[in-house]
Design a protein around this ligand. Structure first.
Ligand code: BGC
Length: 766
């Protein structure tokens, strides 16, 4: 059963269920790329919840906590900090607190309006004296003014005259649910409460990020502004304003709360308060309605470029819009220092850090909907961390400029602290190299190699060249002790995906070197000198590895093997699992999971997806059938890849099932963990499964190519992509493909085998 009503543009919750509060706090999260928060209530709530409000880039290096220290472990685990609760509006009616956990709830409704970027809530509670109170609340984090959040909060006494007391506040006394030593990470720096607002400046421990939350409060009754006299309160890490009103029956008190959030990431410390004052007073002067309107316009503009329209299947439609909405709330591409945490601003798991998710999953979405410069920026983020990646590899014993990018990072340093992942899940390095190829194939920007890409590729290639071992026994190169994307296996030998990526990186880097050398020999000479590249020896070594790498394969089955010894496992299938045993990671011991055949996420199939041109259709089909039957998809990153491959082999049933699983993963809580936050990075995978799966979009020889495969129950599918300076809209309906070129230059595209030239500003149907 759906917890939320199916609607094409909205997520709607119609009842109040205390056991669902944490899950819904994740689902209804809002943000604007610069800050974001879980959908906590403005008024007090004494039931189980996770209060969470986060500011992009403001993190804390929490000392690593592990039982058994291993050389090479990182010193700290970076976490984007839970920060001040600035939405707070405490309400008491005739002395009784409004608290959904304590009051009798008569009705409740919550709406996430994705089209306009608004979180709305209304409810009626019955108080102890029998009086009913209606609350209507709306808030948003402004997309137009990223340092501003605004709330409109109304209280109406439905049955009788009442005394309503409201206290708008900023509370900086917060904790991280996941802190390693129960430490509080913020110290107070300054505060002041005035008659209509107040500010609080707090500083993070260790790294000294300073943040100012500055609030301004407006009160009105039935639309008439109230010159209320507030009592201002200051206590440790806290500022507030309290007012009391005598409300007549059916009168509505509205509190507008504006908050400006400024930080030393963007302003000098000495200007934090004055800057926030300036932004805040401008916002309040402009009014809630104006702020809301410009925020809505920003969202409409985003949808104008990035919407996906699925006619005929409201669940599928709602799912993809939810994913696109959350992706844009998390990362807008405007700040090159930022990246995309797996949970965005919706929870604390994964610490808000950068994972291989960005390169393997998020890049195509931002590249096609936000533009080439945003994709480039994501790549440059890693380029800037290359020195740290070289240091990181050196800590593990690698030499001569070998680079190992971290599994988890905030500033280039490794933060993950389980040896099976930190030291072994090295395939992430390959995804970073692969993203460079993907970017260049899509944009044609080969200059990226000369400017930035080549050095990253060489660093990664040098790592692979040292990470392999020559096996006398096999007379082949092997890669020992790794963890593939399937984290339900550790310390395996010859994970096919990792070996394949390594060999591919070596080949691609050699080609890239030759390209840069041929087009700009002096730059190559400069790079070569800078990185002390021993051209003949290193290239010869790479070529030898490419020629002699071992790839596990089962001749009898005609299937690639995920790693050596995979067939020794008991070969049972997912369909034979008792549903009560799932998700396995919540029901089975880790030991049992490791020995079982079950695969957490696409592994061999991740490689088949990346390198589909290397395999014929029959090989793809065989491998898909084999691995799909053994994959439990307990990583959110998995079903999208399976969905795309199912489209490729023409298996509509599984393509659709896997699509719904990726696009509605959180809405329908497939993996029973939505209360921890949303799976933001896999949402970009949902986008890929529509565009690359059902739309069949690829880049073939610098040309945009479509090979649609549309579910029968979808009346039509339409999406837009930005490709080489043009915006192309593709609509698939009733067997026809209708392409619109919304730009000033013509573009040739391919639909299956036909090449079509679409003139500027025109539409062509095939
Ligand atoms: C997955 C990783 C992923 C991480 C963050 C894990 O569960 O196995 O592949 O990078 O989540 O999304």
């Amino acid at each position: 059963m759906n917890n939320y009503k199916v609607d094409e543009w909205k997520i709607i919750e119609e009842t109040f269920e205390p056991q669902r509060v944490k899950g819904s706090e994740s689902i209804f999260s809002i943000g604007n790329g610069m800050m974001g928060q879980r959908a906590n209530f403005e008024e007090d709530y004494s039931g189980e919840m996770l209060r969470g409000s986060y500011i992009a880039g403001v993190y804390y290096p929490d000392k690593t906590r592990v039982g058994w220290w291993k050389n090479g472990y990182p010193e700290y685990f970076a976490k984007v900090l839970n920060s001040a609760n600035f939405i707070g509006i405490r309400v008491k009616v005739n002395g009784e607190p409004i608290d959904l956990s304590q009051n009798k709830v008569v009705s409740f409704s919550r709406i996430l309006d994705m089209q306009h970027g608004l979180l709305q809530r209304s409810f009626v509670v019955e108080l102890r004296n029998g009086g009913k109170i209606e609350i209507v609340a709306e808030r948003f984090m402004s997309m137009a003014r990223p340092e501003i959040a605004a709330i409109s909060y109304s209280v109406c006494a439905l049955d009788c005259d009442s005394i309503v007391a409201v206290e708008g506040y900023v509370d900086g006394d917060v904790v991280n649910e996941d802190s390693n030593y129960n430490e509080k990470f913020w110290d107070e720096v300054a505060k002041s409460a005035t008659s209509r607002g107040g500010y609080l400046v707090m500083k993070t421990k260790k790294l000294d990020f300073n943040v100012c939350w500055n609030m301004s409060l407006e009160y009105s009754i039935d639309g008439a502004e109230m010159p209320a006299k507030a009592i201002s309160i200051e206590r440790e890490k806290y500022v507030s304003n309290s007012v009391e009103f005598n409300l007549k029956k059916n009168q509505t008190l509205t509190v507008n709360k504006y908050v400006a959030v400024t930080s030393t990431l963007n302003h000098p410390f000495e200007n934090l308060v004055s800057k926030s004052d300036e932004i805040l007073s401008k916002a309040a002067l402009d009014s809630y309605a104006v702020l809301k309107n410009e925020h809505i316009n920003k969202w409409l503009d985003k949808w104008q470029h990035a919407d996906i329209v699925i006619e005929g299947d409201a669940e599928a439609q709602q799912g993809i819009r939810f994913n696109i909405f959350q992706l844009f709330q998390t990362y807008t591409g405007e700040d090159e220092r930022l990246n995309i945490g797996p949970k965005g601003f919706t929870g604390e798991k994964y610490g808000g850090s950068t994972y291989w998710d960005t390169e393997a999953y998020c890049l195509p979405f931002y590249m096609s909907t936000a533009g080439e410069h945003v994709a480039r920026q994501l790549l440059i983020y890693r380029y800037r961390q290359l020195d740290k990646a070289i240091e990181n590899a050196a800590k593990l014993g690698f030499t001569d400029g070998a680079a190992l990018f971290p599994m988890v990072t905030m500033n280039g340093e490794e933060c993950h602290n389980e040896w099976e992942i930190t030291f072994e899940e090295i395939h992430r390095n390959g995804a970073i190299a692969y993203a460079i190829k993907r970017y260049i194939d899509y944009t044609g920007d080969k200059g990226y190699l000369t400017e930035y890409g080549l050095e990253v590729l060489v660093g990664i290639s040098r790592f692979w060249a040292q990470r392999i071992t020559w096996s006398d026994e096999r007379q082949k190169y092997v890669m020992l002790g790794v963890t593939g994307p399937n984290e339900y296996e550790n310390n395996v030998n010859n994970n096919w995906y990792t070996n394949y990526l390594a060999v591919w990186t070596l080949k691609y880097t050699a080609e890239a070197i030759s390209y840069v050398n041929n087009t700009d020999a002096s730059t190559w000479a400069a790079i070569k000198g800078r990185i002390s590249f021993k051209e003949d020896a290193e290239l010869a070594k790479w070529a030898d590895i490419v020629a002699k790498m071992h790839f596990p394969y089962n001749e009898k089955l005609g299937v690639i093997m995920q790693q050596d010894g995979f067939m020794d496992k008991e070969q049972i299938l997912v369909k034979d699992l008792d549903p009560s045993q799932r998700p396995l990671n919540q029901k089975w011991s880790w030991d049992r999971i490791l020995r079982s055949v079950f695969i957490k996420q696409a592994d061999v199939l991740q490689g088949v997806y990346f390198f589909e041109n290397d395999f014929d259709l029959e090989t793809i089909r065989k491998n898909f059938d084999f691995y799909e039957q053994r994959t439990v998809h307990e990583s959110s990153l998995s079903p999208c890849v399976h969905s795309i491959l199912a489209c490729k082999i023409g298996d509509m049933e599984r393509a659709k099932t896997m699509y719904l699983r990726t696009a509605r993963l959180d809405l329908d809580d497939y993996n029973k963990e939505v209360n921890e936050g949303l799976h933001i990075t896999s949402m970009a995978g949902s986008w890929m499964s529509v565009v690359e799966g059902f739309g069949g979009l690829r880049i073939k020889n610098d040309t945009l190519y479509f090979n649609p495969f549309i579910p029968d129950n979808w009346k039509s599918l339409a999406f837009k992509v930005i490709f080489r300076g043009r915006t192309i809209k593709a609509k698939f309906e009733g067997g026809k493909t209708i392409l619109t070129n919304e730009s000033e230059q013509p573009l040739s595209v391919m639909v299956k085998d036909a090449t079509i030239c679409i003139p500027a500003n025109s539409t062509i149907g095939v």
